[in-house]
Design a protein around this ligand. Structure first.
Ligand code: NAD
Length: 329
């Protein structure tokens, strides 16, 4: 009887970092799939405007809390997605010790919560665990090339330790975990001011400012549209049996930073110049995911081409600018 009540209960998912760029899209997707959603966020880089449309939904609840503090929930939870961590370099470097604490202590607190609830746990890891890679494209069995004392280490090494914790919880059978290694993702709800490459270039083009290019602009990146990424996260969480290994999620299309900047300039009808600045320390030269594992295990591949995704993103930033200008008047 108890069991049948449990299976009839609406699935409940906790999204740590749910007020951020990726987290808010994930919350929406889970609500649409019929889940109860608990969003946990300390609003370090998350924004209320990302979740405001969900706030009056009866199956959505916000808990404003830092995951570095242990979480105690009054209700059971079936799925825990850990997306809590500032993702843009200027933001995660602003308080590097807090970034490491979030990745290590925060992840540990959520793993404990998963263990207590017998919940599945998904860790949002990152392509940054590969550092400045010597292997191209990056496969999940590549162990990486990370500088553990550099300014990016709080994030790169923090995320690597978080993966270690996840796999230790799996090996010791304390929790059913999944690890997604996310590559550069873009789309509506990125923070226009958080210094990520796509939002930077689009905002500079819309405001007719010079487009900043770090280094010679020949370094490459791959860009995954947010709806594709969220689809991959949900598939990884739901797949059976447990893959028991990390899974790359990203778009293998590889573009130089100069190509991206040219595309943004054309699509915004801007005549901004390029402004070349020195390359930041430990900036990776090449970044491209090998997604064979995700294709095989999750039957997943990104669908949205860069131009189409950029169009949506440019529309979002154009509307955001217009509404902010209206508020200023
Ligand atoms: P984001 O900065 O928009 O979102 C992170 C969210 O976590 C924010 O809402 C922030 O307020 C919250 N947060 C940060 N520290 C917290 C803490 N200690 N306690 C509670 N909440 C906290 O970033 P995003 O792009 O949405 O990234 C989400 C996750 O995906 C991150 O873990 C990031 O490392 C990972 N990721 C993202 C990308 C990408 O391209 N967007 C790439 C690789 C990995």
């Amino acid at each position: 009887m108890r069991q049948s009540r449990r299976t009839q209960r609406t699935k409940s998912a906790l999204v740590a970092g749910g007020a951020g760029f990726l987290g808010s899209h994930l919350c929406e997707t889970l609500l649409q799939a019929g889940c109860r959603v608990i969003c946990v966020d300390n609003f370090l880089t998350g924004r209320m405007e990302n979740i405001v449309s969900m706030m009056d939904r009866p199956r959505f609840r916000l808990i404003e809390q830092d995951i570095c503090r242990p979480l105690d929930l009054a209700e059971p939870v079936d799925r825990i997605f850990n997306l809590a961590c500032a993702a843009s370099p200027p933001r995660y470097q602003a308080d590097p010790v807090h970034t490491t604490r979030t990745c290590v202590i925060g992840t540990l607190n959520l793993l404990e919560l998963a263990a207590r609830n017998n919940a599945r746990f998904l860790q949002a890891s990152t392509s940054e665990v590969y550092g400045d890679p010597e292997q191209h494209p990056q496969r999940e069995d590549y162990v990486g090339h990370v500088n553990c004392t550099g300014p990016r280490a709080c994030y790169d090494e923090g995320k690597r330790t978080a993966e270690t914790l996840c796999f230790d919880y799996l090996r010791t059978e304390m929790a059913d975990i999944r690890v997604a290694r996310i590559f550069n993702t873009y789309g509506p709800r990125m923070d226009p001011a958080d210094g990520r490459i796509v939002s930077n270039l689009v905002m500079q083009a819309l405001e007719k400012r010079p487009l900043t290019i770090f280094g010679d602009g020949l370094q490459t990146r791959s860009f995954c549209y947010v709806s594709d990424l969220v689809d991959g996260l949900v598939r990884l969480m739901d797949v059976d049996p447990n893959p028991r290994q990390p899974v790359n999620l990203g778009n293998p299309g590889e573009f130089t930073v100069l190509q991206l900047a040219g595309l943004v300039r054309d699509m915004t009808y801007s005549n901004s110049d390029f402004k070349f600045l020195p390359l930041p320390q430990d900036d990776p030269r090449r970044r491209q995911p090998d997604i064979s594992r995700a294709k095989t295990l999750l039957d997943w591949a990104p669908k949205v081409p860069l131009k189409q995704g950029l169009m949506q993103t440019i529309s979002y930033f154009t509307e955001l600018e217009a509404s902010r200008n209206k508020d200023r008047i």
